[in-house]
Design a protein around this ligand. Sequence first.
Ligand code: KIV
Length: 285
Amino acid sequence: MTSKVTVPKVQASKVATGADPLVMVTAYDAPSARVADAAGVDMILVGDSVAMVVLGYDDTLQVTIDDMAHHVRAVARANPSSLIIGDMPWMSFHVSVEDTVRNAATLIRAGAQCVKVEGGRKRIKMIEAIRAAEIPVVGHVGLTPQSANVMGGFKIQARDAHDVRRTIAAAKGLQAAGCFAIVVEGVPDIAGQMITDALDIPVIGIGAGANTDGQVLVYQDVIGLENRFKPRFVRRYGTAFEDQVTSLTNYANDVRSGAFPGPDETYKTSDNLAEALGLYGSQPT
Ligand code: KIV
């Protein structure tokens, strides 16, 4: 059995000091957590992207802390060796320090080993409070989907020198506040590299180029189940949507033609039962 990936192990994984790049993938339920674990990923992020990828919303703002806890519990039941990160949804860390710490604890009690919080300097007070409750925190800067309305959509960030410097400063602030890793999303590769070089903690990129300490992608994008929109940073490693349509089409065809269920998929009665029911000789009326 593979040993559990821990927060200190992840925190020590800087590529510049010889570590292998970290692999993170989202998962929102027990079967996908089992698959991710069997594939040997280091970290499973139970992301608020569940809102868009699984629940069909147009943004991530629709899920609550209870929704997230529900999905964290499902992932935790798979008992993966991967580190489970519970994503703090919008409005779960914006109102008060007390609510923030309680909400982070809800995800830990649901089975996460740490939480992720979106945003830069504005979030430092809340991150420090979560850390003070002994809950490890992953930061998230760059394109933060919970700020989509402020950003005017899901827009690439840190596009000019001023913004790159601002994002590096934000990432450093999160490190100083006690984050053990940071996700950097939707920034040019030069920004991804500069943030990675500037920090002692690992930087996990998504649409942040190749020169980070690891990568994260959404599960459904990796396996090709999400086949409508493909952002530039996504590489599909499978054709799950098409494969599943084929499976269900074959099933439907077999039901309609009478080919399913066959003898191997049918429970047989004993001869005695058939006889007792009068099924031998004359037909029952
Ligand atoms: O919710 C999520 O899936 C995320 C990743 C895109 C990093 O935050």
